[in-house]
Design a protein around this ligand. Structure first.
Ligand code: MTE
Ligand code: HPA
Ligand code: MOS
Length: 756
């Protein structure tokens, strides 16, 4: 089945926040934000801006009717700066004006006097100065201290990964309308309608039931709207309450890039120990996460880094420490993979370093240590592993030996062009790591004409979750998909939602939909049984026809529905689902936090221009563990999109803050994302169809985040191409591998001279 949005998307008819028809009297908001990363505010001057024709009101922290606080996990983030600024881009004032243009002109007339304070942008410096968002976390398996003594080889190093701009096509925004009795209706471009509702409640002082959040769809979220949509909704809400007029704020691209946080950069020390036959016996890592100026989701992201620090490998002795370091950058946040990719890059770097030093192929060490069913991960969960089937199927399907022979031949025949290859296995845990978040609800109504409407907590952001939910209902009720509509996500229909995140949205909300539909089906079957004078167990409904004892009857779906209503039996159901079996004890850092894991292996080949340092990605060929995909078209799209996003993070996307904490890569002229010319020439996806009895919806495993990690393979394929040109080159593990860095790595002697 196609994505149900594909028709309106391609015609430009899909409605996003900025497409909602504006109500008469709507005011437009624009932020005056700090240009200084750290300092104390002496004076804010809004007099000139206030005088402008068309400016209705300018808000500062003094206008907040509730608390000046939007922190999610930790209350450490003011909405408006009061006496201090903590990052460039921190909101200081909000202009409300009759037009978007006037609002932005007025912003330029506001001035502020700030006494600068010392700025920290580097997480290691923050750590040295004791600037942390939460106490450090540590996962321990076995005993590394003892294990080092057993190791034939030990290697140590440092690996860094940089941030990543979400670059959702639809920027952040909100539209708040005053409602009856002092309430608010807010349209928000958010992954977390309830998170927005809570933040607005806190900032305005209104109880949650006065605040309705509605989300039709997002033009992408990628984690950037899990928590960071709250700011704009809270600002608009406050504006609407104070002026009693609707307030809309749809960020311009540069505002969005400047004011919002990104993927957390990490710098990590690692140590890896191997036996003489290349079993990894011990691994230690200390992760320094750059959280930015507030905790935001960083504590949860930090935890997922630990959960994925051994990627797809079994390592019997692990000590992994993670430290969330507070700096003066915009608060960093969720981004596809949620800290997992940052952890997985480091173990891959450690393995590659060991392989290079030992003069073996990295794949020898990788394949030797892949997870097997029953292996225990550092947090105590024993896995049902598909790691080896994925790896072996990739090696076979894509004829690895021949591929390598071709590459060797190419490299022998070419002086200035070199090819490189890598294998990248992945293992990603599915469930929110915070157990309580793994719950969802669905509301299903059947109308008297037989049509059906479904509301859930799921937010459609391009990942196709609404299509999957529709498929679930159509399958359970055995009706045509054209009878079903999936409604917007609305906090008055579905309360207390978890954000659409952790790749678990279809699993959680799909199950809730399944539960609601099954209850309705039971009710309908009972009515049919009475009508047909048979036992309910003998009734089935297939393609909108009621069958009794396997024989079709005259009772159609429409007739059954109206009969049920006429008997005064409810045609509505509210389903609730909470993932069973999962638990985690933070005091012991042990448990069973994930419903299941998703596996895969990617083979990446690149061609490097050794004169220029530029490269093209020839192919990414991968085997992915889909379970039993309920929508191969959508799932394929998720793999392609995730992979390319991962390649962007690893190669060309370079978030640059200067020493003053100012974002230099603040527009698409200075921040390069993959386009059609830079994606792999070939992306080939092989489905590993598995039927394990996991907790995925209809055994169709979650697919949203895992493929991003295949992009890590590109980094190491480029490295291999460099070393085939210059075997002495041993570049630092420092992603992204931009063509500049690649060029310097090709000619380390010249790079050294250049650096002096
Ligand atoms: N795909 C599209 N097109 N747009 C998005 O914003 N977000 C990703 C992934 N795929 C995203 C996407 C992220 S970060 C997550 S967690 C999952 O989708 C969320 O949706 P799911 O839980 O339904 O997989
Ligand atoms: N993944 C994504 N988002 C989250 C998580 C998680 O595990 N926990 C809280 N928000
Ligand atoms: Mo995704 S980073 O869990 O929104």
């Amino acid at each position: 089945m196609k994505n149900i949005d594909s028709y309106s998307h391609t015609r430009g008819e899909s409605v996003y926040l900025d497409d909602i028809p504006v109500v008469q009297g709507t005011l437009y908001a624009a932020c005056f934000d700090s240009q200084i990363a750290h300092g104390s505010i002496e004076h804010v001057d809004i007099t000139e801006a206030e005088k402008m024709v068309g400016v209705v009101r300018i808000l500062t922290y003094k206008d907040i009717t509730g608390q000046n606080q939007i922190g999610g996990i930790i209350p450490d983030e003011p909405l408006f700066a009061e006496h201090h600024v903590h990052f460039c881009g921190m909101p200081i004032a909000l202009v409300l004006a009759e037009s978007d243009e006037i609002a932005r002109k007025a912003v330029k007339k506001i001035s502020v006097q700030i006494t600068p304070l010392p700025i920290i942008t580097n997480p290691r410096e923050a750590f040295a100065k004791g600037s942390l968002t939460i106490p450090s976390r540590k996962f321990v398996l076995g005993n590394t201290e003892d294990a080092w003594k057993q190791c034939a080889y030990i290697f140590e190093g440092v690996a860094n990964t940089n941030g990543q701009e979400h670059l959702y096509i639809e920027t952040q925004g909100a539209y708040a309308l005053p409602a009856e009795q002092g309430g608010l209706k807010i349209y928000s471009s958010t992954q977390g309608p309830t998170a927005v509702q809570r933040a607005v409640s806190k900032v305005t002082g209104l109880p949650m039931h006065q605040i309705e959040i509605d989300v039709t769809r997002l033009g992408g979220g990628f984690g950037g709207k899990e928590d960071q949509a709250n700011t704009w909704a809270a600002l608009c809400a406050l504006g609407a309450l104070v002026t009693k007029r609707p307030v809309k704020y749809s960020l311009h691209r540069m505002e969005d890039m400047r004011m919002t946080g990104k993927r957390n950069p990490y710098t990590t020390d690692y140590k890896i120990g191997l036996s003489s036959d290349f079993s990894i016996l011990a691994y230690e890592a200390t992760f320094y996460q750059n959280s930015g100026a507030a905790a935001d989701l960083s504590p949860a992201i930090l935890e997922r880094t630990l959960f994925h620090c051994t990627n797809s490998y079994y390592i019997p002795n692990v000590t992994a420490t993670a430290i969330s370091c507070k700096t003066h950058l915009p608060p960093n946040t969720a981004f596809r993979g949620f800290g997992g990719p940052q952890g997985m890059f480091v173990i891959e770097a450690a393995i590659v370093q060991a392989a290079e030093k030992l003069g073996v192929d990295a794949k020898i060490i990788q394949s030797k240590n892949l997870l097997q069913t029953g292996n225990e991960l550092p947090y105590g969960q024993k896995v049902v592993s598909e790691a080896i089937p994925c790896w072996e199927k990739a090696v076979k399907t894509y004829q690895l030996a021949e591929l390598e022979a071709q590459i060797n031949q190419f490299n022998n025949n070419n002086k200035w062009l070199k090819k490189g290859l890598s294998l990248m296995p992945i293992c990603f845990g599915i469930s929110f790591t915070n157990t309580l978040m793994n719950q969802a609800r669905a509301l299903v109504h059947i109308y008297t004409d037989g049509s059906i409407v479904i509301s859930t907590g799921a937010v459609e952001m391009g990942q196709g979750v609404n299509t999957k939910i529709l498929q679930v209902a159509a399958h359970i009720l055995s009706v045509s998909t054209s009878r079903i509509k999936v409604n917007s996500t609305n906090t008055y229909r579905i309360a207390n939602t978890s954000p659409s995140a952790a790749s678990a949205t279809a699993d959680l909300n799909g199950r809730a939909t399944q539960i609601a539909c099954e209850a309705l089906l039971d009710r309908l079957k009972n009515v049919a049984a009475t009508e047909l004078n048979v036992l309910p167990e003998t009734i089935t409904i297939l393609n909108e026809i009621v069958y009794a004892n396997g024989e079709p009857t005259d009772l159609s779906w429409e007739k059954l529905v109206i009969t049920t209503h006429n008997k005064r039996i409810s045609l509505s159901e509210h389903g609730h689902y909470a993932t069973p079996e999962i638990h985690f004890d933070k005091t012991k850092e042990k448990g069973h936090p994930f419903a299941y894991h998703v596996y895969g292996t990617a083979i990446t080949t690149v061609t490097l221009d050794c004169l220029r340092g530029t490269y093209t990605i020839d192919a990414v060929q991968l085997v992915h563990d889909f379970g039993t995909s309920m929508n191969p078209l959508i799932d394929r799209g998720q793999i392609e999109g995730g992979l390319v996003q991962g390649i962007g993070w690893m190669t060309m996307e370079e978030v640059v803050y200067d020493a003053a904490g100012k974002l230099r890569s603040n527009a698409l002229s200075t921040y390069k994302v993959p386009d059609i010319y830079s994606v792999p020439s070939v992306i080939d996806i092989t489905f590993l169809e598995t039927v394990q009895d996991n907790l995925a919806i209809f055994k169709s495993k979650a697919v949203g985040e895992p493929p991003l990690m295949y992009g890590i393979g590109t980094y190491f394929a480029i490295r291999n191409a460099i070393r085939s040109f210059n075997p002495a080159s041993c570049p630092a593990f420092d992603a992204p591998f931009t063509p500049e860095k690649v060029l310097l790595a090709l000619y380390p002697e010249k790079a050294n001279a250049y650096n002096q």
